[in-house]
Design a protein around this ligand. Structure first.
Ligand SMILES: [Cu+2]
Length: 204
């Protein structure tokens, strides 16, 4: 009898347990679903974060590479340019207006260890023009108006300055002994203004 009485509630508790177990299972399943959703939600920001990190790392690497590159190309700018002209004067001698223009070339070498920058070129008179050729690059003809230019003679390189004189420019008023000058402004601290001169004795 006692056993029977005792048995009955145990069956009851067993029954209750299975109910509780079912409930627990259901709760577990729900929790698993929730955590799966949470994991998916959490993974998205992680992917986003790692992408952002990649972009930042890539950006930093690019900046470092760009910085190194600019350092390499700026090496020659860190030095000082030094102008060396093969000669500063030339005499055309006896020339005639009838024979037209005469020209002569001067050589401007950069013997320094920094780029030689020619900022502007101008001449002393409208009858005289000049142009500077560096490598294959030839400047336009510069006259008496001081015009800016941006030409660069690298260390060890030589620029060719062509001076063109037109003896007929002034007509008969320009006859006799003449001297004309060509000026170049440069970044050589000891030669900020380069000057070359040409002279001639002009006849008709
Ligand atoms: Cu003149």
């Amino acid at each position: 009898m006692i056993e029977e009485i005792n048995n009955h509630p145990t069956e009851e508790t067993d029954h209750h347990l299975t109910k509780r177990e079912r409930r627990r299972q259901r709760q577990q399943q729900q929790e698993e679903k929730k955590s799966a959703i949470m994991r998916r939600k959490r993974n998205k920001p992680i992917i986003g974060l790692s992408l952002a990190a990649l972009i930042i790392i890539g950006g930093i690497a690019w900046l470092i590479i760009a910085g190194l590159k600019s350092q390499n190309t700026d090496v020659s700018n860190s030095g000082t340019p030094k102008v060396k002209i093969n000669q500063t004067e030339y005499d055309f001698g006896d020339i005639s207006m009838a024979n037209g223009k005469v020209n002569y070339t001067f050589e401007i070498k950069n013997e320094g260890d920094g780029d030689l920058i020619i900022d502007s070129i101008w001449t002393s008179c409208h009858c005289t023009t000049a142009r500077l050729q560096i490598g294959k690059k030839k400047s336009p003809e510069f006259g008496m108006d001081k015009l800016s230019t941006d030409q660069k003679i690298a260390p060890g390189e030589t620029g060719v300055l062509e001076v063109i004189f037109n003896p007929a420019f002034h007509g008969h008023a320009g006859m006799g002994a003449i001297t004309r000058a060509v000026y170049l402004s440069s970044n050589d601290p000891n030669n900020k203004q380069i000057e070359v001169r040409v002279s001639a004795d002009v006849s008709s």
